[in-house]
Design a protein around this ligand. Structure first.
Ligand SMILES: Cc1ncc(COP(=O)(O)O)c(C=O)c1O
Length: 381
């Protein structure tokens, strides 16, 4: 057999991907690069999964999701939207990763234009490439919120607009005015919106977060994407979901079951407990992130080469640096100095010149990592 040549879909993703292959932090190196909570899943959720397994939740289940969970998720998104969602408007997925993949593959055709404000979660670009569609990057305003003029200019003719709110990697929480401006820009078009709200529970100020589904003008065109990963520290459980117009959810369900078949039965039973205890389980973790955010921000402010804005949500801070080197090179040098930090270039063209600090690390680890960062920059003076 002659040497294997991957499909053009794989070749496209490989050619354009900004996503690095991630391994564990080498011994002795402090990681401020994590994309997941450092907390373990709350005990009641673990106990519910064990009980579900013992009671026989070991079989295939409905490929669109456990009916009771779908119904509970429909209630959850209805409360968020102030508008009734039915169970058939919910698709339970293998993490937000498969939710995003199913939605994108269900919605776009090869050659379609997909608008992606950046810096953004790097999976969006890869999935758009996988689908053969064309990403159109929209750079942010200086404060890392959307540049509304640039967004208005980019959206005509787009099949889909994708964003995360709160935003990984910038920590920005998009304002209601920004969401309204997007709705106005899309008025009288068929453009869809994919709103990835994975970090919606990790917000540091009351009343600043608004779901896209809470805007009457956006809801009919919005595919809402959510996950249990971040809110409940359940990254390894692999459970996410979509909510949206019935026909779109049916199409995403077709994609999802073609790739995945049924989801883990016991995990879905445990998810009901996570949902039910919701804010009680999440609150201590959010309180810890807030404390770490304040500490991180204070330390970054003491390093003259770095400029960061206070993250409004997520567990990331996105800092601009003043050294005349590429962010991948800077991240490599920091790694040699004993601290892992993600280069801004991973998140889109405007991410260059930035570093993404994760504060999903305990306080001693954060302190040690930041000490190494401060020493590295002091050595460059
Ligand atoms: C914005 C955003 N969306 C989705 C995901 C994927 O989450 P999941 O673990 O549910 O696949 C991540 C993970 O880092 C993320 O940051």
């Amino acid at each position: 057999m002659s040497s294997f040549i991957p499909s053009s879909a794989v070749a496209r993703v490989e050619r354009h991907s900004l996503r690095p292959a991630l391994g564990p932090a080498p011994a002795g190196v402090v990681s401020l690069a994590m994309g997941e909570p450092d907390f373990d899943t709350p005990g009641p959720v673990v106990a519910a999964a064990a009980a579900a397994l013992r009671s026989g939740a070991t079989h295939y289940v409905d490929q669109h999701g456990d009916p009771q969970l779908r119904s509970a998720l429909a209630d959850a998104v209805s409360a968020l939207a102030g508008h009734r969602y039915q169970s058939q408007q919910i698709l339970v997925t293998h993490g937000a990763t498969a939710a995003l993949a199913s939605a994108i593959i269900a919605a776009v055709d090869p050659g379609d234009k997909v608008v992606i404000p950046e810096p953004c979660y790097s999976l969006y670009g890869d999935l758009v490439q996988l689908a053969g569609a064309v990403p159109v990057w929209v750079p942010p305003a200086p404060d890392l919120h959307w540049d509304l003029d640039a967004l208005r200019e980019a959206v005509p003719g787009a099949k889909l607009v994708i964003f995360s709110n709160p935003c990984n990697p910038t920590g920005v929480v998009h304002t209601r005015t920004e969401l309204q401006a997007l709705a106005e820009a899309l008025h009288r078009t068929d453009t869809l919106v994919l709103s990835d709200e994975a970090y919606s529970a990790i917000v540091f100020q009351d009343d600043i977060f608004h779901s896209a589904v809470s805007l009457d003008e956006l809801r009919p065109r919005t595919i809402y994407c959510q996950t249990f990963s971040k809110t409940y520290a359940m990254t390894g459980w692999r459970l996410g979901w979509l909510a949206g117009p019935t026909d779109l959810i049916a199409a995403a369900g077709r994609v999802h079951r073609t790739f995945n078949g049924s989801l883990n039965a016991a995990v879905q039973r445990a998810a009901l407990v996570a949902l039910d205890r919701g804010s009680v389980l999440a609150a201590p973790m959010v309180a810890a992130y807030r404390e770490r955010r304040d500490m991180l921000f204070e330390r970054l402010a003491g390093i003259p080469e770095l400029t960061a804005q206070l993250p409004e949500g997520t567990f990331y801070a996105f800092a601009r640096y003043s050294l005349p080197i590429q962010s991948t090179e800077l991240a490599a040098q920091l790694r040699s100095a004993g601290v892992l930090i993600r280069p801004g270039a991973e998140y889109g063209p405007s991410g260059e010149g930035h570093l993404r600090f994760s504060f999903a690390a305990d306080v001693p680890m954060l302190q040690q990592g930041l000490q190494r960062v401060a020493e590295y920059f002091a050595d460059q003076r």
